[in-house]
Ligand binder design. Structure first.
Ligand SMILES: [Zn+2]
Length: 522
């Protein structure tokens, strides 16, 4: 089936109906959607008749932009494809998000512009009157152009404010606001993500499968865990269900039906092994959980236990009829040890690969050049991001440092925020030549190569290009994490400070050590 979707101009023009008929013939289109906000009412109906198609629907426009997307209304007589489009239009709207540019098109309450939150009207802490719903983003800015946290806190809870404060505010110097797809990390639409969002709506995403997928160990055990999580191991219960045998009874203890949980945990043979392993000390309620909760609790354990658990449960399955519990316990112990040592070695190897073999030291700068080291961090548990940085002159002396608690955003955004805040300080202090060092390869790549308009980092990159155009000379350099320790310490400090920017004229006391070490290396 062929589609033409055209955001067109000049539908009212003389030659339009012939053009659209030609297009239809040329592309053998079965379905044509025209988006035109300037034509509606009687005029729309006349044009519709002229085009001479079979089933035509006109949906009235609401102003030139109005809502984010055209509203589709479902009519009983409509053919199936149209009904399908009407059905999915809600999902499309939910996954469409505004990227802030100059901010004039975005309605503060009614539009989806804060990642992962949807419309803010659903989060307001007090009743919003119809008059307030016309608010623009500008209504929530301070005179200096940053978010007005006091005003935001009158209307919204702290969790929402944390998200807003981590977004780059609008600016008249930026481009138009644009629409992006929130289902992908870079904001561009993909059929896969759209499908996933529809499926996710129907079935909540299963964290257990993700845990199995990420389990570190041999593929053989991983696929065993995969089968166990899907409840498809060929136990006697399963055999009887598939008419492969008459009895579902456990052939070891003959006490009860043999389902997965019985083989892996409750059969006396398995229970003895788990007691040897002291599983009940590690996971509370170990012997009283359903199969899903049991797998989940064990596999999500962050110590070595999740590895041992995988090894033990697979051994219990494969050895169940061939071994005595003590022998099985010995095998599990030795295999577990072996696997843990392999895992440790491979993670050490990875770490040593990432450490580049270059000298980490202070490189002297040309006179009048300021060096800005920036960094960002994200604490997953607190869902909080911070950035920080330090300016040093060409002799390596501390000039000014900053920490900023950002709120909730991604780590790349935090790294870019560090650069934005640093550039603000550089502009305010009239530094003419700045060398900016960040340990984030991604941030530096974005700045050098740019990103698409729909990308979540686009508003921050706009800020960076605006600010750096106000400085005579800006250079970018990617540095090693080990050479960025002062900025790193300031970032960590930022995590514990109140929301917003904090400046330091002297190196903060707990920072002195790293500062000295960094400088002694020169
Ligand atoms: Zn049994």
């Amino acid at each position: 089936m062929n589609f033409i979707i055209w955001n067109c101009r000049g539908v009212g023009g003389k030659g339009f109906h012939t053009l659209i008929r030609d297009l239809k013939r040329e592309f053998e289109a079965n379905f044509i959607i025209l988006l035109e906000t300037h034509v509606s009412g009687d005029r729309g109906n006349k044009i519709r008749e002229k085009m001479g198609f079979d089933g035509v629907f006109v949906e009235e426009s609401r102003g030139h932009s109005g809502d984010l997307l055209p509203r589709f209304s479902r009519k009983n007589k409509a053919f199936n494809l149209w009904k399908g489009i009407c059905k999915t239009s809600n999902g499309v709207e939910r996954n469409t998000i505004w990227r802030i540019g100059e901010g004039t098109n975005i309605n503060f309450w009614k539009h989806n512009w804060v990642p992962e939150l949807g419309k803010l009207e659903h989060h307001a802490t007090q009743v919003i009157s119809p008059l307030d719903t016309c608010c623009n983003l500008t209504d929530f800015l301070t005179v200096s152009g940053s978010w007005d946290l006091t005003k935001l806190s009158e209307w919204l809870p702290d969790s929402v404010i944390k998200r807003i404060s981590a977004m780059a505010p609008l600016s008249p110097w930026k481009g138009m606001d644009s629409i992006a797809w929130s289902g992908t990390s870079d904001g561009s639409f993909s059929l896969k993500s759209a499908y996933k969002s529809i499926i996710d709506d129907a079935t909540p995403s299963d964290e257990l499968f993700k845990l199995v997928w990420k389990w570190k160990g041999t593929e053989r055990i991983k696929s065993f865990l995969w089968l166990a999580a899907h409840n498809v191991l060929l136990t006697n219960v399963e055999r009887r269900r598939r008419h492969m045998s008459n009895s579902a009874q456990c052939s070891i203890c003959n006490a009860t039906d043999e389902d997965i949980l019985h083989v892996l945990r409750d059969c006396p043979f398995a229970k003895a092994v788990w007691i040897f392993l002291k599983a009940h000390d590690i996971i509370t309620d170990f012997f009283n959980m359903t199969i899903r909760d049991w797998l989940f609790a064990n596999l999500s354990n962050e110590t070595d236990w999740s590895c041992i658990f995988g090894v033990a449960s697979s051994c219990l399955w494969f050895f169940r009829k061939r071994m005595h519990p003590t022998a099985a316990f010995e095998v599990i112990k030795s295999r577990g040890k072996e696997m843990l040592s392999i895992l440790r070695k491979s993670s050490q190897l990875k770490r040593s690969h990432t450490l580049a073999r270059s000298m980490i030291k202070w490189y002297p700068l040309v006179e009048n050049c300021m060096k800005l080291n920036v960094d960002g961090s994200f604490f997953k548990r607190e869902n909080n991001a911070a950035c920080g940085g330090v300016f040093r002159n060409h002799l390596g002396r501390f000039v000014v440092g900053f920490s900023c608690n950002l709120g909730s955003c991604s780590i790349t955004q935090a790294e870019l925020w560090g650069i934005v805040k640093g550039l603000h300080i550089a502009v305010a202090n009239e530094f003419s030549h700045v060398l900016i060092e960040s340990d984030s390869a991604m941030a530096i790549n974005f700045i050098r190569e740019g990103c698409s308009n729909s990308h979540p980092c686009k508003p921050l990159l706009d800020d960076i290009s605006l600010l750096s155009s106000r400085i005579h000379k800006v250079e970018w350099k990617q540095t090693l994490r080990e050479a960025n320790t002062v900025a790193d310490t300031l970032v960590k400090k930022g995590q514990y400070l109140p929301l917003g920017l904090h400046l330091f004229d002297t190196p903060p006391p707990n920072n002195l050590n790293t500062y000295l070490i960094n400088n002694l290396k020169k």
